[in-house]
Design a protein around this ligand. Structure first.
Ligand code: ADE
Length: 235
């Protein structure tokens, strides 16, 4: 996969690229690059945003600046770009990121992620250059960078070989393998701690029984907003 993140804060992604699973992905030949779109602005003084027409608070990212950056990177009219690769704007009101969307994106050969700042994007960027708007939750971040990292984190860990054990990304919370339900509980040594025993079945060595116990616990926890957990349990 080739993933480009357009951002005004490329240095944030130096940390991200140094995380073990991201390093693994890069070592396997995947690319994760941060593009500083301020470098490509045709405006003076590195300007990338402007005041909103009609008035109001905040600044809006300019469509001409985004076009210049996308053209410089891909040498194609950005209106055409979205038929070549997914061009995703991170916005609070976009499609909510979930496991299904992460799997969908992990199957793409190339992704472009656009990080907004300030009041967000000039609407013409979203209308004409972008294929998807993605949100990581119904709250407003100061910018799209953390959201882009969340998207990339969940996408990269699905690529074969990126996690030490590929199966850990198959049978996990909200996956198809668990029919969208949260993952079953995990235990490790010690088998007993302060009188709290690990369920006997997990110590039994009976793989079929362990597997059916796990499916049952996962189903009990329920999936989605209607599930027993309200969808809010950590994995
Ligand atoms: N940009 C600002 N807030 C965001 C959110 N919740 N999700 C994605 N991008 C954002």
């Amino acid at each position: 996969m080739n993933a480009d993140v357009f951002t005004l804060f490329p240095q944030w992604f130096e940390w991200f690229r140094g995380q073990r699973h991201v390093e693994n992905a890069i070592a396997l030949g995947h690319e994760v690059e941060a593009v500083d779109f301020r470098e490509f602005t045709p405006l003076k003084w590195g300007q990338v945003d402007d005041t909103p027409f009609g008035g109001g608070a905040g600044m809006v990212l300019r469509v001409d600046v985004m076009e210049a950056a996308l053209r410089a990177r891909y040498d194609v009219d950005p209106v055409e770009l979205r038929s070549e690769r997914r061009v995703i704007a991170l916005t609070p009101a976009g499609r909510l990121l979930d496991d299904a969307l992460a799997s969908e994106l992990a199957a793409e050969p190339a992704l472009t992620l656009l990080c907004g700042r300030y009041e967000g994007f000039d609407e013409r960027i979203l209308e004409h250059f972008v294929s998807d708007e993605v949100s990581i939750g119904r709250y407003v971040l100061a910018g799209g960078e953390l959201a882009a990292m969340v998207v990339l984190d969940t996408v990269l860990r699905k690529l074969p070989g990126v996690l030490g054990d590929d199966l850990s990304a198959v049978e996990e919370s909200f996956s198809e393998a668990l029919e969208g339900a949260p993952e079953y509980p995990h235990y490790t040594r010690p088998a007993e701690y302060r009188g709290w025993r690990v369920p006997e079945v997990l110590l039994s060595g009976h793989h079929a029984e362990i597997s059916s116990w796990r499916r049952a616990r996962s189903r009990e926890r329920g999936g989605g907003p209607g599930g027993a957990s309200g969808g809010s349990l950590p994995s």
